[in-house]
Design a binder for this molecule. Structure first.
Ligand code: HEC
Ligand code: HEC
Length: 411
């Protein structure tokens, strides 16, 4: 635990196996890719053929899109995590609307929820790096624990109690299937029925092939079944180069030694100093701050003020299909999100408001937590007046590469 120092991620790069000395000699993007492949990042191979889902997972699929289980009767997992948009919102709202009348705004961006079957419960690794967990602050220890929250969240499905949810469940169109999987008397025990409902949702997300297709153009490229265009290859090289994008340090891009495919997240946490988003209604209160990891509702990390402002590294798979970026949905295009990465420290006035002639850098964090922001790694290791790590044209190359990470590539 003590080993983890916010904003000091040299250990991260070492851990990822980025042999900096060899990298300097590498040069060409393909070589960089091969070198990066030696890293021990979590990554997985696509199953040969999608096996049929278990009966529990099939029930889970029905629950996932059942709007009758919400206070408004108009909200369901599938509304915010749209299967037609890689299980992420199809709109550009900073946060989705829920509640009894579907007009209450949440406080965080709704993430895409694919490839999460490879995530683990939250833990501090041997170097003290916070890792794993579900939600932006990792507060849920599994997909099943996560699935218990949205039904009762007043800003989401807004049901008054577990009993009310189970009551609706007992009247659902698939109630016969639910009973046949979990027992004919299942609805007599509210806690058990609720638990089985969340189990079914977790199984669905783990078993349905759609949640981990590994079917992007980049996957085809890694399998030797497709070639990347010149600009895509340039973007990939910049993505991997520790002195340029350095993206792979947190969003691993290379196959594992066993041939497994990369997840584009190492499920760790970092503090990027993303600007405050005025579109979030919660931010109308100047004393409100979303502090992420240190501010979990259960208080489990409240003494770790060094973790204030840290959020989970999201997978960049399907990022090209998103309409908002970062935990507070502050950026609306990939280009803007990446320009922020690259110019945050060289041109902060572009991203933060100026008050009385002073740029309000890191304005979504109280001043005492500004030192927590990562300032030591490329691309955000610069100062005003420095040359940004990437040119505008190089940012365009990165965007083009990131668009090869969308599932459903047809050669
Ligand atoms: C009103 C929109 C909304 C609805 C409805 C909703 N979610 Fe979410 N979901 C979110 C938001 C916002 C977050 C991030 C919240 C946070 O980090 O505190 C999230 C996070 C998640 C995560 C964690 C992702 C990660 O990277 O760790 C999973 C899994 C998930 N939702 C699944 C579900 C399931 C299953 C349902 C239905 C039971 C559901 N969601 C209903 C908005 C929604
Ligand atoms: C030191 C770790 C780290 C590095 C290096 C890094 N990222 Fe990230 N990335 C994160 C974290 C953490 C978040 C979420 C931050 C937040 O929301 O506050 C994130 C979020 C993102 C998002 C938003 C995704 C979404 O679903 O909202 C994009 C896009 C992204 N990164 C791309 C990149 C690219 C491209 C690079 C290289 C130029 C890069 N990242 C380098 C840690 C990193």
């Amino acid at each position: 635990m003590a080993g983890w120092q916010p904003g000091k991620w040299r250990k991260r790069s070492t851990k990822r196996g980025f042999a900096r000395a060899s990298m300097t000699n590498a040069g060409a993007g393909v070589l960089i890719l091969l070198l990066a492949a030696c890293g021990g990042s979590p990554s997985y191979e696509q199953p040969a053929a999608a096996p049929a889902m278990s009966p529990a997972a099939q029930v889970g699929e029905r629950i996932f899109s059942d709007t009758s289980l919400s206070g408004s009767r108009g909200q369901a997992c599938s509304i915010c995590h749209d299967p037609a948009n890689a299980h992420a919102p199809g709109n550009a709202l900073a946060a989705q609307l829920g509640g009894p009348n579907r007009n209450l705004q949440g406080v965080r961006q709704a993430p895409g929820i694919r490839y999460l079957r490879f995530n683990t419960a939250f833990f501090f690794d041997s170097e003290g790096t916070p890792t794993g967990g579900f939600f932006w602050d990792g507060r849920a220890s599994s997909l099943q624990v996560q699935a218990a929250e949205p039904f009762l969240n007043p800003f989401e499905m807004a049901m008054p109690s577990k009993a009310a949810v189970v009551q609706r469940l007992s009247q659902a169109t698939y109630t016969t299937e639910f009973r046949s999987v979990f027992g004919s008397n299942i609805f007599a025990d509210v806690d058990l029925a609720y638990d089985r409902m969340t189990f079914a949702l977790a199984q669905y997300q783990k078993e349905d092939a759609e949640f981990a297709e590994f079917s992007s153009k980049y996957d085809a490229f890694l399998r030797g079944q497709a070639t990347l265009a010149a600009q895509e290859l340039r973007g990939l090289a910049l993505f991997n180069d520790p002195n340029k994008g350095n993206c792979a340090a947190c969003h691993p891009s290379a196959k594992g030694a066993d041939g497994s495919l990369p997840l584009f997240t190492d499920f760790t946490y970092d503090n990027l100093g993303v600007p405050r988003n005025p579109d979030l209604q919660a931010n109308a209160d100047p004393t409100y701050f979303d502090l992420g990891l240190c501010a979990r509702p259960d208080g489990s990390l409240s003494t770790r003020t060094d973790l204030c402002g840290a959020f989970k590294v999201p997978s960049l798979r399907n990022v090209g299909l998103r309409h908002t970026f970062f935990h507070n949905g502050q950026f609306k295009t990939l280009k803007d999100a990446l320009t922020f990465y690259v110019q945050r420290d060289t041109n902060p006035e572009k991203f933060y408001p100026t008050v009385g002639g002073v740029v309000q850098k890191f304005n979504d964090l109280p001043p005492q937590y500004h030192p927590n922001v990562n300032r030591t790694e490329a691309p955000y290791n610069r100062n005003p007046g420095d040359v940004p790590a990437l040119t505008d044209a190089e940012i365009d190359d990165l965007v083009v590469f990131l668009n090869t990470l969308s599932d459903g590539f047809v050669p």
